[in-house]
Design a protein around this ligand. Structure first.
Ligand SMILES: [Zn+2]
Length: 427
């Protein structure tokens, strides 16, 4: 029987807070709750990165075609990522890709040279044997990096050897969506996956079309002014006595002016909402045609440019189900690294004159219905599972089926049936 991992604990749940007293306990969703301090301000500090790279406490998460290396034979719902050490990855990355400053690396840019993508994920400050780094402040913890070891280009063989060595140890790369590792590992993987994927998908400058390079430990890409590629130089204009041409210079690009000389990883906001009827005793759920029989979930959709989250929620519910909402509140959020979403979970209430379901505007849903709280409460107890999984024990054919606790949709429904919207409870 598949078992879902537990969701992460919210930060400092035991510390008294006037916000918790007013709004209830914070809900932390799966893929959030990373144990790492990202230290974003050290991503351009190559002295720090060089030390972090080679420290004895440092861990490297290998990703092959974006799938992470995982430990073998873990129980369902308790999977763990597996890490390797600097000596293991040295044949792939070389001695130290952070040996030069960022400025020097940009000046030396050569688009002929394939550089395996690395991401500095952060440090685990709980590790007392971690690196001690004195920057403007002192930072202590075990560093974590992610590295793309998909066998390709100049490092194909080195990556293949590294992958084979892990398999010889009994380890392997995860298959499909990574939804079975413990919550903390899911959060570390989400950061790695989203950034590796973004770098792979953005090899060219959106303004001028020339190749870009990764900087800032994998969190930015830049359009370098020069390229030492031998292919480009052989095509460049020859220098004349009147005019000395920098043969590595690339055509001008608008992104090189001011602070716009960078492209940043994208995160696409998505709204997902539990909709309550005006009487406050039913939830609106919808289903897509490809889902298993009796399976329903909350409505969801992308936020569009220039609309608030509340407006996006009202628009999506109107488009997909014809239901009109009044008040909307944000409940909790969930990073969703497939490929780059942030699910913004909301709870909205229909207005009394807008509760009639109409699927005719947008044919996205196969069905949408109002469900009594009681039916949803029962389904949350006996009818939840991953989308590709069998119904759990205790489920009776014909009963409502819902997504598992690792989905924010489940948390939104749970909050509503527990009285979040009525104010009877703040769970
Ligand atoms: Zn450019």
């Amino acid at each position: 029987m598949p078992k879902q991992p537990a969701n992460p604990e919210p930060a400092h749940p035991d510390v008294d807070s006037m916000l918790s007293r007013k709004f209830g306990k914070e809900v932390a969703n799966y893929f959030s709750g990373s144990p790492l301090n990202r230290l974003a301000f050290l991503r351009a500090d190559n002295v720090f990165l060089s030390q972090a790279l080679k420290h004895s406490s440092t861990s490297f998460l290998l990703c092959n075609e974006l799938q992470p290396l995982v430990q073998a034979n873990t129980p369902p719902g308790a999977g763990k990522l597996a890490y390797v050490k600097y000596e293991d990855i040295k044949p792939v990355i070389g001695e130290n890709p952070y040996a030069q400053t960022e400025k020097e690396i940009i000046e030396a840019y050569n688009s002929d040279v394939y550089v395996p993508q690395m991401i500095f994920l952060g440090i685990d400050e709980k590790d007392k044997n971690g690196l001690e780094y004195q920057g403007k402040n002192k930072y202590m913890g075990a560093p974590y990096f992610a590295i793309d070891v998909t066998p390709r280009n100049s490092v194909k063989e080195a990556c293949e050897k590294l992958i084979e060595a892990q398999k010889a140890k009994g380890l392997d790369f995860s298959k499909g969506r990574v939804m079975d590792v413990v919550a903390q590992d899911a959060a570390v993987y989400a950061e790695a996956r989203q950034l590796l994927d973004w770098n792979v998908r953005n090899p060219f400058c959106a303004s001028c079309g020339q190749p870009t390079m990764s900087v800032n430990a994998g969190f930015k890409r830049t359009c370098p002014p020069t390229d030492k590629s031998t292919k480009r130089i052989s095509n460049a204009l020859p220098s004349t006595t009147e005019q000395v041409v920098d043969q590595s210079a690339r055509p001008p690009c608008v992104t090189r002016n001011g602070v716009s000389n960078l492209s940043f990883p994208r995160t696409d906001p998505t709204v997902i909402m539990a909709v309550v009827n005006s009487a406050g005793d039913k939830i609106l759920l919808g289903r897509q045609r490809r889902w298993p029989p009796y399976w329903f979930s909350t409505l969801a959709g992308f936020a569009e440019p220039a609309e608030s989250i509340e407006e996006a929620v009202r628009r999506e519910v109107y488009e997909e189900a014809g239901v009109l909402l009044g008040r909307v509140v944000i409940h909790s959020t969930q990073p969703w690294p497939y490929p780059a979403n942030l699910m913004i979970g909301a709870i909205g209430q229909a207005i009394p004159t807008g509760e009639t379901i109409d699927l005719g505007n947008d044919p996205e849903l196969d069905d949408a219905r109002w469900f009594d709280f009681e039916e949803v409460r029962n389904a949350l107890a006996v009818g939840t599972s991953g989308l590709g999984e069998d119904a759990p024990a205790g489920y009776k054919e014909g009963g409502l089926r819902l997504p598992p606790n690792t989905a924010i949709a489940n948390q939104l429904m749970t909050a509503v049936v527990n009285g979040f919207a009525s104010g009877e409870s703040k769970i």
